[in-house]
Write a protein that binds this ligand. Structure first.
Ligand SMILES: Nc1ncnc2c1ncn2[C@@H]1O[C@H](COP(=O)(O)OP(=O)(O)O)[C@@H](O)[C@H]1O
Ligand SMILES: [Mg+2]
Length: 225
């Protein structure tokens, strides 16, 4: 058995501002198996993005421990976190965040300037991912020349470039219509399962959860099975 993809233990996150504080996560405990896809469902402001950011080493927790693939990242320095993010995790956001002046293919390759592969192996991997995602004939298009679903597929390809062990999908289908959302979820599921990669999929849409192995609910920073 490989190590769990993610172990959050008693994680608490408090955002402190000048005259107030917000408890965004409260004693969150969550384990994802190495190839498990978990839906994270909860209302706006309930702490979903905060949880994904902490699991992916973008944000430090206030208390508790964060272990990704058996690696304890809780006390990592910024430099260690940068390396960790480049090698172990992927992110796909609702807003997609493609680089507007780079083509679909270049948006995948830009990851590898920092990652596991450079040069020819990186180009080969990018081309293979674009093919799997049905984007070969779109490889030279700019994001502005792509549909919403195509942009989301480029973002999925980019998140998979460095063979992460855990990918966070933060509302990946909320900008898509129902049918396209289901297609993107089918694609996410098959890409994750064929690689044995774990994923957290944040969604408001109960129809999306059927593509996941299990659903975890969150309200006011508290997780429920
Ligand atoms: N950088 C921040 N500074 C202060 N409060 C924040 C920050 N980010 C999020 N919050 C607050 O933390 C809570 C959880 O936010 P978030 O994780 O973005 O929720 P969700 O993704 O479920 O909508 C909300 O009350 C939000 O306003
Ligand atoms: Mg959010």
């Amino acid at each position: 058995m490989s190590a769990p993809a993610l172990q959050l233990s008693d994680v608490r996150k408090v955002y402190r501002m000048a005259d107030s504080e917000v408890v965004a996560l409260d004693h969150a405990t969550l384990t994802l198996d190495a190839d498990e896809i978990v839906a994270l469902v909860g209302p706006s402001g309930s702490g979903k993005t905060t949880l994904c950011s902490i699991a992916g080493g973008i944000l430090a927790s206030t208390e508790g421990s964060v272990v990704v693939g058996g690696e304890e990242i809780t006390a990592y320095s910024d430099k260690q976190l940068t390396t960790f993010r480049q090698h172990q995790v992927g992110f796909v956001f609702q807003s997609v965040n493609l680089v507007p002046f780079l083509t679909a293919r270049e948006n995948l390759l830009v990851v590898d300037e920092l990652g596991r592969r450079q040069g020819k192996p990186a180009r080969q991997r990018a081309d293979r991912l674009l093919e799997e995602l049905g984007l070969t004939d779109r490889a030279k298009n700019l994001p502005s020349q792509l549909s919403g679903g195509q942009k989301q597929r480029v973002a999925i390809g980019r998140a998979l470039m460095n063979e992460p062990l855990l990918v966070m999908f933060d509302e990946p289908t909320s900008a898509l219509d129902t049918e396209l959302g289901q297609q993107v979820m089918e694609l996410i599921r098959s890409e994750m399962k064929s690689r044995g990669t774990a994923a957290i999929v944040v969604t408001h849409d109960e129809r999306i959860t059927q593509f996941c192995d299990r659903t975890v609910h969150i309200t006011d920073g508290v997780l429920y099975a």
